[in-house]
Design a protein around this ligand. Structure first.
Ligand SMILES: NC(=O)c1ccc[n+]([C@@H]2O[C@H](COP(=O)([O-])OP(=O)(O)OC[C@H]3O[C@@H](n4cnc5c(N)ncnc54)[C@H](OP(=O)(O)O)[C@@H]3O)[C@@H](O)[C@H]2O)c1
Length: 262
């Protein structure tokens, strides 16, 4: 349903690679004006050079003032965005022996605060206009704490709760809020993972699913359904059963995240 965004303005962060990049390409092909942000300018420029309709706006989303300035430049050049996708993010696995407050702050600052900085820059104009869409990138990892992924899971759980609250807060302002909770997607983010990634899908497939669902203004965009169903069921389990199962899965099971170092 990418036709929905033909002639519309879209801002995507984390668009130099992975899901954000695929979203930008598919949206530009369907006739949208797409502002792409990320830290690495050369990637954004190469993307813009290869795809008419894509415009590079380098940004580190952890910098609130820069986020506002970049937003202002986008609004002046392309108009108030109809859709903003907060795809910038980092994936960190951490053993208990490496437990680090500064690393936790880094992950939250990019994955959570970075998304909030982006949304906060665009929201006033969307509210003033009485329409718009904010799309946060959560993860099925935000449903429950997964061993070795405490920092990542916490950042995604925060985004899910944030989006749930904002959906209601903005309902009467004409601004729709969505959250993407996907399983593994083949992107540079997971390229170094040395464990099996059940149900992994390609980034262009993920982008198609996200755009189809955004066109319907659905709140939760969750896929693939098999992974979503399993992780949602895990969320319903009592803790004693959850911990028994997750230990088994982590140490020997199909997810094989590897034996934790204490
Ligand atoms: N791949 C998966 O399996 C998966 C599953 C569930 C959810 N997700 C989520 O989906 C989103 C996209 O991930 P992806 O898989 O497409 O990974 P990716 O290819 O690594 O893309 C993430 C992008 O974020 C950008 N980024 C990182 N820190 C940034 C910062 N401080 N400011 C601006 N941009 C920053 C990176 O570009 P620069 O280095 O140029 O800044 C990169 O292009 C993430 O939020 C991720 O958590 C991914």
């Amino acid at each position: 349903m990418t036709e929905t965004f033909s002639g519309k303005t879209v801002w995507i962060t984390g668009a130099g690679t992975g899901i954000g990049r695929e979203l930008a390409i598919q949206l530009a092909r369907s006739g949208a004006r797409v502002a792409v942000s990320g830290r690495q300018q050369d990637r954004l420029e190469a993307l813009a050079a290869a795809h008419p309709g894509i415009h590079p706006y380098p940004l580190d989303v952890t910098r609130e003032a820069d986020s506002r300035q970049v937003y202002d430049r986008i609004e002046q050049a392309l108009g108030v965005p109809d859709l903003v996708v907060m795809s910038a993010g980092i994936w960190v696995l951490m053993d208990a022996v490496e437990y680090s407050a500064s690393e936790a702050a880094r992950v939250m600052t990019v994955n959570y605060q970075g998304a909030v900085n982006t949304a906060a820059a665009a929201l006033p104009a969307m509210r003033a206009r009485g329409r718009g869409q904010l799309c946060f990138m959560g993860s099925v990892a935000g449903y429950r704490g997964i061993p070795r992924a405490a920092l990542y899971c916490a950042s995604k759980a925060a985004l899910i709760a944030h989006a749930e609250a904002l959906r209601t807060d903005l309902a009467h302002a004409g601004v729709d809020v969505s959250i993407v909770n996907c399983g593994f997607v083949r992107t540079p983010m997971v390229a170094a993972n040395d464990f099996p990634m059940p149900g992994i899908i390609e980034a262009d497939d993920a982008a198609r699913r996200i755009l189809d669902s955004l066109a319907t203004r659905r709140f939760e965009i969750a896929f693939p359904w098999q992974v979503v169903m399993q992780t949602k069921l895990m969320r319903l389990l009592p803790y004693w059963l959850y911990f028994a199962l997750i230990r088994r899965v982590v140490q020997d099971g199909p997810f094989g995240l590897g034996k934790p170092k204490y």
